[in-house]
Design a protein around this ligand. Structure first.
Ligand SMILES: Cc1cc2nc3c(=O)[nH]c(=O)nc-3n(C[C@H](O)[C@H](O)[C@H](O)COP(=O)(O)OP(=O)(O)OC[C@H]3O[C@@H](n4cnc5c(N)ncnc54)[C@H](O)[C@@H]3O)c2cc1C
Length: 383
């Protein structure tokens, strides 16, 4: 069955128009100056892109993960760092908040995140717990009428700008997501990190110094945050994999165009068999990534707990994007190593694909574990 309907093609056209007019012209500046174009980000709210998966009654556009993935791919093609900030706000924070939040949170916070008035983050990683996220130390202790949260988060996308952080904390026997607001007493931010790639997407630390949170700041039910984390991570893996598909597409296009115009030894370099070999592998890995991503997107839309397709899609796509961007540099020769040529940025941005949303190693672990489990259940490789 065709994944993309008429509504999705309309979304793709309108994002492409936004990208062509507003994002492409500043994508080098975003990287060179580590510049987060906050007003452009807010404009995405006015265009309905930020709350794309949120029902209209809460200020969103009432669409689906397929639309969100389309937006990620188109943004990722032009500026992966802008796409990363979009993903952290729109998928990791906002989508999870409206799905799991109570009525007050849906009415008070969700519309502000949809419109772009507020910027959102998801706070899971801590200084001593990354891959082993459930070893978090941030703790929320029950007091009269609420909780007191103490701890810190690090490597958080959008942290330097975040008005609202969907934050996970240890509570008694389990984990609970909470809404923390930037004007809560005891909230502070660390410095913005300087990164090798994804520059312009602001990343930083958050500190919670005994912040009092009323009980209605819990997202979902107390101690039941584990499934919120896992369901969120699956959808995050699928949606973010489209950023890396966008990078791969851009790197391949730039390579095809350069290989046809650059001549050496009296002919375009695209006629050399070793360059043809590169282009053929780049294309094959790009197309295979697309099939995996679109298949995972269909599955996660139907069942957010399908970890196998989500992990395998981002595992392969992130590795492929890095491979394709590296080969793109090689095809560009010395110019590929020069900052004025976009391909070196594509490689620096692509590397994040193997780290964020769970590392390559963790994805391999998930794929192998799920595969063995399902095979032992019915003796078949899962289709
Ligand atoms: C630009 C950027 C943006 C980010 N945005 C966010 C965000 O918005 N919110 C958020 O919560 N986090 C965010 N992160 C954090 C990211 O999710 C973590 O960096 C990632 O999960 C890895 O954790 P770690 O850095 O602590 O590495 P570690 O977990 O310390 O891993 C170090 C190495 O050991 C390997 N390793 C660890 N455990 C195992 C294992 N069991 N088996 C095999 N190998 C293992 C890892 O794969 C890795 O190679 C961001 C990170 C970056 C760089």
């Amino acid at each position: 069955m065709e994944l993309y309907g008429e509504m999705h093609e309309e979304i793709r056209n309108s994002v492409r128009e936004f990208v062509r007019r507003k994002l492409m012209p500043i994508s080098s500046k975003i990287d060179a100056e580590d510049h987060f174009p906050v007003e452009l980000f807010r404009e995405m709210g006015r265009l309905g892109f930020l709350g794309i998966t949120v029902p209209e009654q809460y200020g969103g556009s009432g669409m689906d993960y397929i639309s969100q993935a389309i937006i990620e791919e188109e943004l990722g093609y032009a500026s992966a760092s802008f796409a990363l900030s979009y993903g952290a706000h729109s998928n990791l924070c906002l989508d999870s908040l409206w799905r799991n939040g109570n009525q007050k949170q849906r009415e008070e916070y969700v519309p502000r995140l949809c419109s772009g008035e507020w910027i959102g983050s998801l706070g899971l990683t801590e200084p001593t717990s990354g891959s082993d996220a459930l070893a978090m130390k941030t703790e929320a202790k029950k007091v009269d009428n609420g909780y007191v949260i103490k701890g810190s988060k690090t490597l958080i996308t959008n942290a330097p700008y975040a008005d609202l952080v969907l934050t996970y904390a240890r509570t008694g026997s389990g984990f609970t997501p909470f809404v923390v607001l930037s004007d809560d007493r005891g909230f502070s931010r660390g410095n913005k990190f300087t990164k090798m790639g994804m520059r312009g997407s602001p990343t930083g630390e958050l500190f919670f110094d005994s912040i009092f949170l009323p009980s209605d700041r819990i997202v979902g039910k107390e101690n039941e945050g584990r499934n919120v984390i896992l369901g969120g991570l699956n959808s995050e893996r699928v949606i973010l994999s489209f950023i890396f598909l966008g990078i791969a597409k851009r790197a391949l296009e730039l390579s095809l165009s350069y290989a046809s115009s650059r001549t050496q030894s009296g002919q375009p370099i695209e006629r050399f068999e070793l360059i043809q070999e590169k282009l053929s592998y780049m294309y094959t890995r790009y197309r295979s990534s697309r099939f995996l991503c679109e298949d995972a997107l269909r599955r996660v839309t139907a069942d957010r707990m399908d970890g196998l397709s989500a992990a395998s899609a981002i595992l392969y796509t992130a590795e492929s994007a890095e491979y394709i961007a590296r080969e793109a540099i090689q095809i560009h020769g010395g110019y590929g190593y020069i900052r004025d040529f976009e391909v070196e940025r594509l490689l620096r941005d692509a590397i994040l694909g193997q780290i964020g949303a769970g590392t390559t190693e963790i994805r391999k672990h998930i794929v192998a574990r799920e595969l063995s489990k399902r095979f032992s259940e019915n003796g078949r490789i899962p289709e």
